[in-house]
Write a protein that binds this ligand. Sequence first.
Ligand SMILES: Cc1ncc(COP(=O)(O)O)c(C=O)c1O
Length: 419
Amino acid sequence: MSVASLTKPGSESGLPSETHPSSQNVVELEKQYLLQNYGRHPIVLVRGDGPYMWDDGGKRYLDFIAGIGVNALGQNHPRIVAAISDQAAKLIHTSNLFYNEFQGPLAKRIAEVSGLARTFFTNSGTESTEGSLKMIKAHGHDIHPDKYEIVSLENSFHGRSLGALSITGQPKYRKDFEPLLPGVKFVPADDIAALEAAVNERTAGICIEWIQGEGGVLPLDPAFCARARELADQFDALLCFDEIQCGVGRTGKYFGYQLTDPPVMPDIMTAAKPLACGLPLGILSANERAAKAIRPGMHGSTFGGNALAARVALEFFDILDGLLPQITRVGEYFRARLSDLAQRYSFIRVVRGYGLMVGVELSIPGKEIVNAAMREGLLMNCTHETVLRFLPPYIITEEHVDEAIHILDKVFAEIAVPA
Ligand SMILES: Cc1ncc(COP(=O)(O)O)c(C=O)c1O
């Protein structure tokens, strides 16, 4: 088989050319008034229901990227809508000068499902990463001023702030902002010898994504994570798992590190995306050993854990408990159907992932496939140029998978021309 371009004539960017006329104003305003940092697809999404979304021209899309893993229950979930409406009418925000009714119960819930005793609430994944870096630095500082080094992984992604970029092991994100934080060492994922060489008395923390998401949906070897645990213990460093993409039910477990039995426990865990079903909420959860590094006045957030977001997250956890088996079952079905496609299309190299975090590595660029699928009514994205990434809502069933596979089959057939 060889591969033909999917770019439609007349579409310079290769993006769909069917932007609805009423979107033009939205697009023009953005061009004039927004920072030009995003490369958006030229559709304006205006409403959603379950795993479907509609653009302003009335076209329907099956959403298998779900706001990059945020819309865990899809759109318009009746219990989430009810919780938001009720809470919005009562109390949205108090700041952290006061208690609200929901942070305590939510932190208790998180402790029960994560095994981590204490939680700090943030508004995004990046802010959770920042908090974890401060906790790691403070822990090291409490032991010795020279204990400030952090070991992180090549190909990782931890967010866009200067701190988060400092531990993000991808030059393309870092290069325009260097020099970043000193004392960060990068080792290749799963390279135990390199990890052993990097960790020493000066190491304050080791940061790991259990499944590298942006890096191409790459699960780490549990043996590597277990060795990281041992080294952190040996050198009194904190082990931090970034579960911002793979956590909170995405893999069919509450957290990615629970995929092994017994789990390799972190000292710190960060999570965000699906926590409040589209409202901004992140967490930094820690065991007592790590949490004691942050004392009164050392850290804070004005918005973090406000009444509205925390109430919605509590409601979400109630729903999630019953959804985990479905996430595992439908995820397995999805990967099996993708593996069937891999038998027929030789440009599919590998299908991988856990639960509803699925990556399909191709031997060809994925961008045009994403655009073609979008024209056919399926939303997904491509990471690392050649990995199709699927992060569908947790509520999808086998029928939705069949619908997605049908579209993918059609798109793949268009590019698979006889050699
Ligand atoms: C593993 C990981 N860490 C951190 C982040 C940053 O999160 P946010 O975009 O919410 O700041 C992301 C975002 O994709 C992520 O996937």
